[in-house]
Design a protein around this ligand. Structure first.
Ligand SMILES: *Cc1c(COP(=O)(O)O)cnc(C)c1O
Length: 288
C-alpha cells in the first residue's frame, strides 16, 4: 500500500491538515483499507471464504467484497433486510459488492462466530471491529508521525468521526498525539462499549467529543448537507456524507481542538455517497 498524502487547507478561518486516505486506491480505500490490510499482506492458505454481516449499504461490506475477489474467496454477507427499492434499483456499495460476487443472505439473526468459524472461514465482525485492524492502523500512525517530524510539530490533535470506533481506538493506542472522535452511530456510551470490546485499558481510549445535537445515523439533515457542499466548494475535497458531515460540524463547534495543529483523517467511503447524495438531492435541492 502506498502512503496517502497530507494536504494543508483552510476552512472557516482555521488551518487544517487532511490525511487523504480516500486516495489510497480506488477499489480499496479509506479506513477499511487500513483495517483489512492485514489480510491483503498475509497469506491464508486454508481460508476459502469470508463471512460477515451488517447494513445493506455498508462501506465495510463493499471493501470485503473487493478483498474476497482479490483473494479468490467466497463472500457471504448477512443482512436483516433489503428495501424493495434497493433490490429493484441496485446502487452504491450494495450494487458494487454484488458485482464483485458477494452472496447476500437475508436473515433476522446475525451469524454467530462460533457457528460459522472453522479453518476455511474467516469471520469478520460488523464494520471490521476486530483486533487485526491494529496492524494497518499502526502503518497509518507511522505515516502521520513521519510527516509530523518533517513539519516540526511536537504534538498535533487528530480528529476523525467514529462508527465502531475501531479506527480511532487503534490510532490513539499507537500514537503520542491526542485523538478526538465523535460518535456517529450511537451515543458516547455505545462508543465506549465498542472500545471495550477491543481494549480493556481506558488510557488508550480516544477523547470522545459530544455533538451539540443528536443526529441519527443515516438520517438526512440540512446542516449536514450544507457543510458537505461547503467543504467541497472551499477545499475541492469530497467527504463522506454519513460520517464526515457530522464529524466536521462537531469539530468546528470545538475550537479548543485547534490549539494544536489539527489533522483530520479522511476515511474514504465515497461509494456510499452515491445513495446518500441521491436522497439529499431529492430532499433539499429544489429549495436550497
Ligand atoms: C467505516 C467508516 C467509518 C467508521 O469507522 P470505525 O472504525 O468503525 O469507527 C467512518 N468513516 C467512513 C467513511 C467509513 O467508511
Amino acid at each position: 500500500m502506498i502512503n496517502s498524502p497530507i494536504q494543508k487547507k483552510y476552512f472557516q478561518n482555521q488551518t487544517i491538515y487532511i490525511k487523504r486516505d480516500d486516495l489510497l486506491s480506488k477499489e480499496f480505500s479509506g479506513n477499511k483499507a487500513r483495517k483489512f490490510a492485514y489480510f491483503l499482506n498475509h497469506d491464508f492458505p486454508k481460508v476459502k471464504q469470508i463471512v460477515s454481516y451488517g447494513s445493506n449499504q455498508s462501506n465495510a461490506m463493499y471493501s470485503l467484497s473487493v478483498l474476497a475477489k482479490l483473494k479468490a474467496w467466497k463472500f457471504e454477507y448477512y443482512v436483516t433486510h433489503i428495501p424493495d427499492y434497493l433490490e429493484q434499483n441496485p446502487h452504491g456499495n450494495y450494487k458494487y459488492a454484488l458485482e464483485n460476487g458477494m452472496q447476500l443472505i437475508v436473515e433476522d439473526e446475525k451469524p454467530l462466530k462460533k457457528r460459522v468459524e472453522n479453518k476455511e472461514v474467516l469471520f469478520i465482525e460488523e464494520g471490521g471491529r476486530e483486533a487485526y485492524a491494529e496492524y494497518g492502523l499502526q502503518k497509518l500512525v507511522q505515516e502521520i508521525e513521519a510527516w509530523q517530524k518533517e513539519q516540526g510539530f511536537e504534538f498535533i490533535n487528530i480528529f476523525l468521526p467514529a462508527g465502531t470506533g475501531t479506527t480511532a481506538l487503534y490510532l490513539q493506542k499507537n500514537s503520542k498525539n491526542k485523538v478526538y472522535t465523535v460518535p456517529c452511530v450511537g451515543d458516547e456510551i455505545y462508543l465506549k462499549e465498542q472500545f471495550k470490546m477491543l481494549e480493556d485499558n481506558e488510557v488508550f481510549y480516544p477523547r470522545i467529543i459530544r455533538p451539540s445535537k443528536k443526529r441519527h445515523f443515516g438520517k438526512l439533515y440540512r446542516e449536514s448537507y450544507n457543510i458537505w457542499l461547503k467543504l467541497q466548494a472551499n477545499m475541492g475535497i469530497e467527504f463522506d456524507l454519513l460520517y464526515d458531515a457530522h464529524g466536521w460540524l462537531t469539530l468546528l463547534e470545538n475550537p479548543h481542538i485547534f490549539e494544536k495543529p489539527v489533522l483530520y483523517i479522511h476515511q474514504g467511503g465515497l461509494i456510499g455517497n452515491e445513495s446518500m447524495l441521491a436522497r439529499y438531492k431529492r430532499k433539499y435541492d429544489e429549495n436550497i
